[in-house]
Ligand binder design. Structure first.
Ligand code: SF4
Length: 399
């Protein structure tokens, strides 16, 4: 925690934090006092963004990234097949949009890569950097494309606050070069190639300048105002995952109380009602985020050589590996050394040239049974099949 008072609260009202602070206004002031440590996956994501920007600026394939490695904040990340395939999907989308416009209009749209903006005239400290903006003048269309390297949580594009914030910034920037009134339509696009989504890896949402101005005036600015007001409320949820304050947040620790209350309220200590179970299930999401934050911080301090009571560093479990010379020795011993080649999985196939198209056509998802998800999950609710229906498909035995 930074108690020096040197923090800049305005650095927490940028576009990338908007989804969080619109959900949890109190997070801005709490986060302003916390170290904004970056996790492994966010560093990897930023490295992938560096590769994507280089590809768009140079028109090159990610496989040809100089040196095959990207240096980010003093750390090296390999531009491996996984990263190249993901960035390649994003590149393909941007290029396809540019080519379509060229084919129809005989000119290319204007491409802006990693375009920074501020909206200080609206509210001091509003800023952001868009991954990619395309301006199609003959269509009056502005498209904001956001690359997401994350593979865990599919990001929704419809009414996405971060993209709407970027679009407001892009319209403002474009207005400096042209007349913003030329923008008639706005397309917001998310490209998240490593995470399955029912609408595909790349998905778009169309909106208008008027609706964006409405968002800016009636949602974003009031949200910022509330976030900067002392005593702004805290609200937990999936957005806590990216909050710098999650280790010190009173709301997250309070969530543990849900389990206690659920147990106390129960008249019969041997029964948990459906309602209580639902409350406890809902709490698991933020409790898990808090526990991960605790584990991460404990690891960080131990690796710095600090003593944390009740915790210690140990060696991770490792897979066995062959010593040098094992292949020759196995052959000499007449052992069966190799397995028959196996057909690539759809995920592996997507990483070979042309494989993505092939997988799109030939891969399918077999039914994998039921699992529990939160009420706000993007997947459709399915009804539990009664046992009688399940067993109706089991062939009768002869005996
Ligand atoms: S951890 Fe969650 S509830 Fe706490 S301040 Fe951050 S976003 Fe808000």
């Amino acid at each position: 925690m930074n108690t020096s008072g040197s923090h800049n609260i305005h650095s927490h009202i940028g576009a990338s934090a908007s989804e969080r602070f619109l959900e949890c206004p109190g997070s801005v002031q709490l986060a302003a006092h916390c170290e904004n440590e970056s996790k492994d996956y966010t560093r990897l994501g930023t490295a992938a963004h560096d590769v994507a920007a280089w590809c768009l600026e140079t028109g090159s394939d990610p496989m040809f990234f100089p040196g095959g490695k990207v240096l980010h904040a003093g750390e090296e990340f390999p531009v491996d097949e996984d990263m190249a395939a993901a960035v390649g999907e994003y590149m393909d989308y941007v290029l396809s949009r540019m080519e379509l416009y060229h084919d129809l209009e005989g000119e290319f749209p204007t491409l802006f890569v990693e375009q920074g903006f501020d909206l200080d005239h609206v509210w001091a400290g509003m800023y952001g950097t868009s991954d990619c903006v395309l301006w199609f003048p003959k269509w009056g269309l502005l498209e904001v494309i956001d690359y997401k390297h994350g593979e865990g949580i599919p990001v929704q594009v419809v009414q996405n606050p971060q993209l709407q914030y970027y679009a407001c910034g892009a319209i403002h920037r474009l207005g400096a070069a042209t007349a913003s009134s030329e923008v008639e339509q706005v397309k917001l696009t998310i490209c998240q190639p490593r995470c399955a989504h029912p609408s595909g890896y790349t998905r778009s949402w169309d909106t208008t300048v008027e609706d964006l101005m409405e968002f800016l005036t009636n949602v974003l600015v009031p949200g910022i105002k509330e976030a900067l007001t002392p005593g702004a409320p805290l609200k937990d949820g999936p957005h806590c995952r990216f909050c710098p304050a999650r280790l010190v947040c009173p709301m997250l620790t309070e969530r543990f109380e849900t389990f206690k209350h659920a147990a106390d309220m129960d008249a019969d200590p041997t029964v948990v009602s459906d309602l209580q179970l639902g409350e406890m299930y809902e709490a698991t999401e933020t409790v898990r985020i808090f526990m991960k934050a605790v584990e991460g911080e404990t690891y960080k301090r131990l690796t710095r050589g600090l003593d944390i009571p009740g915790a210690k560093l140990v060696n991770q479990k490792a897979q066995r590996a062959w010593k040098e010379g094992a292949v020759g020795a196995a052959k000499a011993a007449g052992l069966e050394c190799y397995q028959a080649p196996a057909f690539n999985s759809p995920a592996q196939m997507e990483k070979v040239p042309g494989g993505r198209e092939f997988a799109r056509k030939w891969a399918y998802k077999p039914e994998a049974g039921l699992t529990v998800a939160r009420a706000h999950d993007i997947r459709d609710k399915v009804s539990a099949r009664r046992a009688v229906e399940v067993f109706a498909n089991v062939p009768a035995s002869d005996t």
